[in-house]
Design a protein around this ligand. Structure first.
Ligand code: NAD
Ligand code: UGA
Length: 434
């Protein structure tokens, strides 16, 4: 089979490479010529574990190509996937569909024969119908089936998530679209992955409902963590005690500084706007958004309080800047809220992240980027663990303590062992643990 993937970002590149690994002939298109050039030269523009090898092997075997030319990419394609960004629209919180509509129009204009056009981007309910209208307006002569195939992969574990998903959702209203997508996902069908066939609107909503539910689950445990601190309970035991109930499940009950990333923040907001427009507000999701926003800001206050209520003239070492480990993605990372607040309070910041490429571009100037965790903590009054990269788990509290000037350690991911930090002389605080 042959497909075109429009968009070579976190989703388009990973899905394109994974489909190629399934044996599909894949052509990935991006309007960013520099990105396409880099990919053709074997350079991967993002950090995602295993992606370099997957791209290299499939490109070498001729199943994975990159271009800026939509017409070339979609020629003879059985399906064309849209995997372009759907960021928050400035000013109103809705999903910005500019890229999706532009890409759909580009495909319609370039198509030489009938096509199955599949949205893999996360798009608000009703977008598939709008895409149909656009195509009909641009190319009344052309037969195009529109389908929705939302993507559930996580950054940092994107390849295994794509290769062994919990389910595949296909929304469409034509047999041809279902058939083409089922054939593409045949390798997953063989490993008994549930493949859910629904209408277009249902598939679009499943994606937002899943993300909003997970964001709410995290927010719930974050509030339980705050309560644990007030009453002397341990949030990890609470999460375990809850999660062992099969109806609740153990995943996504890890407390932290608030969820971030390119998806939960924008998707919860877009869902809330869709629901308001439909006259059925989702108040639980609206509350989740508000609590999470407040939480990120509150984390900076917590650091300042641990420094005795005044951060001016203090040096703070920050370990981890990305929104989660094993990615270089900085979109909506808690660090983007917490670090500027600490800088505004007069602190000097020394930060370390294993993948600092994007962080350097988006964090305020004047901050020192260290080349190792140990260099970051040199002479610091406090160390804050913000993203739980594995390399931070193994740091020796004694070595950290002797490199630092002060004794404050704030572990906002509960990645360190409280007892060994206290024994090393730290005033150690974590989230929701006594
Ligand atoms: P991204 O910003 O990393 O990548 C989007 C790419 O599309 C960019 O390279 C951009 O240059 C390209 N592009 C824009 N317009 C184009 C056009 N007309 N033709 C060709 N290329 C074009 O975005 P992403 O993180 O991959 O997300 C894409 C979509 O997938 C979003 O809707 C997102 O919500 C959804 N999603 C993302 C993830 C994730 O983990 N990042 C997971 C599931 C779903
Ligand atoms: C999330 C979803 O998990 C994916 O299923 C979905 O496809 C994706 O969004 C999307 O739609 O783009 P991702 O944002 O890559 O994936 O990463 P997650 O592992 O979900 O983490 C999101 C945020 O929640 C991170 O800031 C993480 O630190 C935080 N988190 C996660 C917690 O604070 N606690 C947890 O228990 C889990």
């Amino acid at each position: 089979m042959r497909i075109a993937m429009i968009g070579a970002g976190y989703v388009g590149l990973v899905s394109g490479a994974c489909f190629a690994e399934f044996g599909v002939d894949v052509c990935v298109v991006d309007t960013d010529a520099a990105k396409v050039e880099a990919l053709r030269a074997g350079r991967i523009p993002i950090y995602e574990p295993g992606l370099d090898k997957l791209v290299e092997e499939n490109a070498r075997d001729g199943r994975l190509r990159f271009t800026t030319d939509t017409a070339e990419a979609i020629r003879n394609a059985d399906a064309v996937f849209l995997a372009v960004g759907t960021p928050t629209r400035r000013g109103d919180g809705h999903a910005d569909l500019t890229y999706v509509f532009a890409a759909a129009e580009g495909v319609a204009k370039a198509a030489e024969r009938s096509i199955v056009l599949v949205t893999k981007s996360t798009v608000p309910v009703g977008t598939g119908r709008k895409i149909k209208e656009i195509v009909r307006r641009v190319r009344p002569d052309l037969e195009i089936e529109v389908a929705s195939n939302p993507e559930f992969l996580r950054e940092g574990s994107a390849i295994p998530d794509f290769m062994r998903p919990d389910r595949v959702v296909i929304g469409a209203d034509s047999d041809r679209a279902f058939q083409v997508l089922r054939r593409l996902y045949r390798p997953l069908y063989l490993i008994e992955t549930p493949i859910l066939q629904t209408g277009l609107e249902t598939a679009e909503l499943i994606k937002y409902a899943a993300n909003a539910f997970l964001a709410t689950k995290i927010t719930f445990i974050n509030e339980m963590a705050d309560l644990c601190e007030a009453v002397g309970a341990d949030v990890h035991d609470v999460a375990r005690g809850m999660g062992l109930d099969g109806r609740i499940g153990r995943k996504f009950l890890h407390p932290g500084p608030g969820y971030g990333g390119s998806c939960f923040p924008k998707d919860t907001l877009a869902l809330a706007r869709t629901a308001q427009d439909a006259g059925r507000p989702v108040r639980l999701v609206e509350t989740t958004i508000a609590i999470n926003d407040e939480r990120k800001a509150a984390m900076a206050d917590r650091v300042i309080a641990a420094l005795g209520g005044d951060a001016s003239g203090k040096t703070i070492a920050v370990l981890g800047l990305t929104f989660k480990p094993e990615t270089d993605d900085m979109r909506d990372a808690p660090s983007l809220v917490i670090l500027p607040k600490l800088a505004a309070a007069g602190a000097t910041l020394r930060a370390y992240d294993p993948q600092p490429g994007h962080a350097r571009q988006v964090l305020p100037g004047g901050m020192h980027f260290a080349v190792s965790p140990m260099e970051a903590v040199e002479g610091a009054d406090a160390v804050v663990l913000l993203t739980e990269w594995n390399e931070f788990r193994a740091l020796s509290p004694e070595k950290l303590r002797s490199a630092m000037r002060g004794r404050v350690a704030l572990d906002l991911r509960n990645a360190w062992d409280p007892q060994s930090f206290r024994e090393a002389g730290f005033e150690y605080q974590s989230i929701g643990r006594p």
